[in-house]
Design a protein around this ligand. Structure first.
Ligand code: NAP
Length: 271
């Protein structure tokens, strides 16, 4: 695996388990200073302890971040302190089972997967060095949906567990393209981990136990799922789509400069 060399701290959101915990461990083992940005601080501290047991020299701190709350995102950004930040990995994600709104009036899945990362990234921009790395975690589900301004705030009748998840990830993908357009100095890249055996794939449905037996043993481990984001974080290039062991170009079907500008403007208005 390519060595990740980053000046400044690396923020990993959603590092309490799954892919985020593995990425945190690998980055720390390679000498990076990592901030685990997590809503469940006790769970994050336990993961940190486990990593320290394997990597005693690891430089890791835990900071609270709840992406269902824009106030929490702002507090996280304000509390970062003066030390430089060299990279942001927007990893945290959720597939909400049902429709619900956050205190900010945003649909829950969209808040965690899109609005929170959008705001966090924007708040960090003034303090990022010119060649800072931003990696956004997307999903193969993006290819089956479209995301326009209306999709950002789905009505209850338009909500579906996987459809809303896919649209939130596609919105994050469009955000990445617009971010790269507005900030050509940044190394913005996308990672798609494939289908990974982690918490997020539990759908909260009757068939979960069945899937645990018939499906989970055959899909990727979080270690394998961490390969694309680690390669994206290591990359000196920009606008790569990291999947499996490869860097691809972002597929042409996702490029729509007009839509990306409109989504950006509407998102700024909403948050
Ligand atoms: N697993 C797959 O097959 C797959 C496929 C494509 C893309 N992805 C993406 O990969 C990323 C990592 O997922 P994973 O597979 O490692 O699943 P995971 O183990 O469920 O990890 C999700 C992480 O997001 C955190 N999170 C959830 N809601 C949050 C909130 N409100 N504020 C802050 N953090 C929150 C979780 O924290 P808690 O511990 O507090 O819940 C957890 O640390 C996600 O963006 C996911 O969409 C996964």
């Amino acid at each position: 695996m390519e060595k990740v060399q980053i000046d400044g701290r690396v923020i990993v959101t959603g590092a309490t388990g799954g892919i985020g915990a593995v990425v945190t461990r690998e980055l720390a083992a390679q000498g990076c200073s990592v901030i685990m940005a997590c809503r469940n601080v006790a769970k994050a501290e336990a993961v940190r302890e486990q990593i320290l047991a394997r990597v005693p020299q690891a430089r890791i701190e835990v900071r609270p971040l709840d992406l269902t709350s824009l106030a929490s995102v702002r507090a996280f950004a304000e509390g970062l302190g003066p030390e430089p930040v060299g990279a942001l990995f927007n990893n945290a994600g959720v597939i909400s089972r049902g429709y619900s709104l956050t205190a900010d009036g945003l649909e829950n899945t969209f808040s965690v997967n899109y609005f929170g990362p959008f705001l966090l990234t924007k708040l960090l921009l003034p303090r990022l060095p010119a060649d800072a790395r931003i990696v956004n975690m997307v999903s193969l589900t993006c290819r089956y949906v479209r995301a326009d301004e209306q999709a950002l705030r789905p009505a209850e009748k338009d909500f579906s567990q996987l459809g809303t998840y896919a649209r939130s990830k596609l919105a994050l993908l469009h955000f990445s393209l617009e971010l790269a357009r507005r900030h050509p100095e940044l190394r913005v890249n996308l990672a798609d981990p494939g289908v990974v055996n982690s918490g997020i794939i539990s759908m909260g449905r009757w068939f979960d136990p069945l899937a645990d037996v018939l499906f989970r043993p055959f899909i990727k481990s979080p270690e394998k799922g961490a390969i694309p984001p680690l390669a994206a974080l290591a990359s000196e290039e920009r606008l790569g789509y990291f999947v499996g062991n490869r860097r691809k170009e972002i597929p042409a079907r996702y490029h729509d400069a007009d839509l990306e500008r409109r989504l950006w403007n509407e998102t700024e208005r909403l948050i």
